[in-house]
Design a protein around this ligand. Structure first.
Ligand SMILES: Cc1cc2nc3c(=O)[nH]c(=O)nc-3n(C[C@H](O)[C@H](O)[C@H](O)COP(=O)(O)OP(=O)(O)OC[C@H]3O[C@@H](n4cnc5c(N)ncnc54)[C@H](O)[C@@H]3O)c2cc1C
Length: 267
């Protein structure tokens, strides 16, 4: 198999290369495995290393992660402490050193833990389609991500969560390295002791990370007490469609998600 590697010099030129059959390789943790298993006729790979997409900015309460920021970089950044459990739950050290934020947005279930966290954080995805740079709310992005494979993700941005408002748990079969049985990310800001603006995202419970809107509604305006959490836990799987895979059955995922959700919120 012949492989050509093109280092993109401008984000706006990447979609034209993709249109000609080129494929972005960021960390390559998934893309190279696909390449190894794919057709043997040849492949054009596009690297983004020269575009400066590996920067983290945190200013005025807004965080921007370049698409090429790795999990290891997030785990080292003191401004991103709330994301350390997320980054550290992704693969082992070798995978974290390579795996990028942009790549994680395309990772199929049961992967996509960072995508689930970014969904709870209501992130905005900046992408270049060759003509314009545009922004998409992450929920819309994840829903259409298969149609967006001819675009170049530039970065993701979100508001820094208030202290203690972001919670994360990933249930796994085997520690320390495993894909997800269920990933739970929750943003639970409080005003005068009551939840205001709850966002709950679940990973490995559908093709891509999804919101648990009914559970969010059950928490809205409530104090974070056992009663409200139990009511929300009862609703946590109602909008999901998990798969059976090597890590867990769909049945098990549905059984275990409310239990871990309850524990996460009562911890
Ligand atoms: C052993 C192992 C363990 C893993 N464990 C986990 C885990 O626990 N949790 C988890 O969430 N994931 C896990 N993964 C999956 C993967 O490592 C991550 O999801 C990672 O974030 C993917 O990033 P990448 O840079 O390697 O993507 P790549 O493999 O380079 O790319 C993945 C896809 O995204 C596209 N892409 C990448 N960057 C861009 C961009 N900027 N714009 C447009 N398209 C882009 C590529 O074209 C490709 O289709 C694991 C993978 C391995 C091999």
């Amino acid at each position: 198999m012949s492989v050509t590697l093109t280092a993109a010099r401008q984000a706006r030129l990447v979609p034209a290369l993709q249109a000609k059959g080129g494929r972005i390789v960021a960390g390559g943790t998934l893309a190279i495995a696909d390449l190894n298993q794919g057709p043997t006729s040849g492949s054009a790979l596009i690297t983004l290393d020269r575009l400066g997409f590996d920067q983290v900015t945190a200013k005025g309460g807004k965080v921007t992660l370049g698409a090429m920021v790795t999990m290891a970089k997030i785990a080292r950044d003191r401004r991103l402490k709330f994301l350390h459990p997320v980054a550290n739950s992704i693969g082992g050290p070798a995978v974290r050193a390579m795996a990028t934020v942009g790549g994680n947005l395309f990772a199929p279930a049961p992967y996509g833990d960072m995508a689930a966290a970014l969904l709870a954080l209501d992130a905005e995805v900046t992408l270049h389609d060759g003509k314009t740079t545009r922004k998409l709310v992450i929920e819309a992005f994840l829903r259409q991500r298969h149609k967006l494979n001819k675009t170049c993700i530039v970065s993701v941005s979100f508001a820094s969560p208030p202290a203690g408002a972001f919670r994360y748990f990933k249930a796994v079969r085997r520690k320390p390295v495993s894909a997800s049985v269920v990933t739970i990310a929750a943003l639970l800001p409080r005003k005068a002791g009551k939840i205001k603006g709850a966002r709950i995202a679940l990973g490995a419970m559908a093709e891509n990370a999804v919101r648990a809107r009914k559970a969010e509604a059950a928490l809205e305006g409530a104090a974070l007490d056992h009663e409200a959490i139990a009511a929300a836990a009862n609703l946590i799987t109602t909008e999901t469609s998990p798969a059976d895979d090597a890590y867990a059955s769909a049945w098990y995922r549905r059984e275990i998600a409310p239990v871990y959700f309850f524990r996460l919120l009562t911890a």
